[in-house]
Every structure is written in C-alpha cells, then in structure tokens.
Design a binder for this molecule. Structure first.
Ligand code: PRP
Length: 209
C-alpha cells in the first residue's frame, strides 16, 4: 500500500468542521477525537493521516510537500500566498475581512496618511494600494480592536465573523475587504504523483460540501 495521504488541518476554529466533513465522507476520525496532545493521527481504512497545525504552518507544510493536502482559511492564503493549488471552497469557516474604525469616525476625511493596525499586513497593504491610498501599516499579533481604542491606529483590517467583538468595543465596519472561508489546498507535486487518490478524495469532498 502507498504511504498515507497526509492532510494538514488548521487547529481550532476550522478543526471541528473539517473533522465533521471527513466523518460525513465515511472516514473514521476516532483517533482525532481522542488525540490528547498528539499531533499526527491516523484515519484507518482511508490510508490517510491527519496533521494538526497552526494556519500559517498548514501552508508551509503543504508548500514543502511534507503534507499532501491542507485545510486553511482564505484569510491565511491571502496573507501568505505561496505555491500550491487551492482546489475547493469548503463553505465553512465563513467570515470576512473588513476595514473598521471607531464608531462615527470619518476615516476618508482629510489627506493625512492613515495608520492601519492588522494581523494581516499584506492583505491590508494590497487593499489600500488598489485604492491608491498611502497608509502606514502596523502589525499586531491579536485583539487588533485595541489599536484604535488606544489611538495607535485610525482603523483596522481584520476578520469579522459575528461582529460582536467590534460592537462590544465601540467599533464598526466601514468597508468590506474580502469574503473568507475554509479552502482545500494541495501540494503541486502530490497532485501529479498521487493524482488518482487525490482526485477521488476531492470528488467525494465536492459532493459533500
Ligand atoms: C478574530 C478576529 C476578531 C474576532 C472577530 O480574533 O481577529 O477579533 O475573531 O469575531 P466576531 O466578529 O465573531 O466577534 P480571534 O478570536 O481569532 O483572536 P485574536 O484576535 O486574539 O487572534
């Protein structure tokens, strides 16, 4: 038998939905449910192995071919780019990138360079470049909503899911940047070398999302 197909899953928010999808396909994910602190889990009968990783690392492992496939948010793909095929929109993990400011703040007023705080500097930069707008981008690691509240930034480019975090902190969306959802990505060499297996899996996934 071939070595197992390795699929890297983004730990956390996307993990549950991805495991639910694999189970819908008829795969036995008991080992993933009972993982404890284990990071590589077998999916018996499917000749598959699940690798649990952080979003950015899912892309790194797939790009380098140590994982054949990965499930990762479009947000991470837009920020990291990289060489791999993005083959299926899985339809879960839906949210959006948006530009938000303090409620009532007139962001586009005046000609001064605006400061933007974000966990996604490449996404923010390309959004404002397309507008031909000069901005200063400051990278923040988490809870970006703090930056305008502390007057570090005029606005933020961040993920908005329910909108609760913005609302509870007196911020509001002033513009949508891009829709986000989970995507299935595939290593370029794996797709050639293990074409039949991967294609079978992708067809199965497409029938079930
Ligand atoms: C994300 C995002 C927002 C929040 C949005 O942060 O950066 O802060 O979720 O969700 P909502 O619209 O449903 O309120 P995450 O929880 O990943 O934490 P972090 O900011 O510490 O990275």
């Amino acid at each position: 038998m071939n070595k197992p197909i390795r699929i890297a899953l983004t730990k956390g928010r996307l993990e549950k939905d991805t495991v639910a999808l694999l189970e819908k396909l008829g795969f036995n994910c008991t080992a993933v449910h009972e993982k404890g602190r284990k990071l590589i889990l077998p999916v018996p009968d499917a000749n598959m192995e699940v690798v649990l990783a952080k979003a950015n690392d899912v892309i790194t492992y797939v790009e380098h071919g140590v994982c054949d496939m990965g499930v990762v948010g479009k947000d991470t793909i837009m920020e990291m780019k990289g060489k791999f095929f993005e083959l299926v929109d899985l339809g879960f993990g839906k949210c959006r990138f948006a530009l938000a400011t303090k409620k009532g703040y007139d962001f586009y007023r005046g000609y001064g360079v605006k400061t933007i705080a974000t966990k996604y500097p490449n996404v923010a930069r390309s959004f404002f470049e397309k507008k031909g707008m000069d901005t200063e981008i400051i990278k923040i690691e988490g809870s970006v909503e703090l930056a305008p509240l502390l007057n570090l930034a005029d606005g933020i480019v961040d993920i908005v899911e329910t909108g609760t975090t913005l609302k509870e902190n007196g911020l509001e969306v002033i513009e949508d940047v891009a829709p986000v959802s989970a995507r299935l990505i595939v290593n370029t060499v794996s797709l050639k070398m293990r074409h039949a297996e991967i294609e079978r899996l992708i067809t199965l996934i497409e029938e079930n999302v």
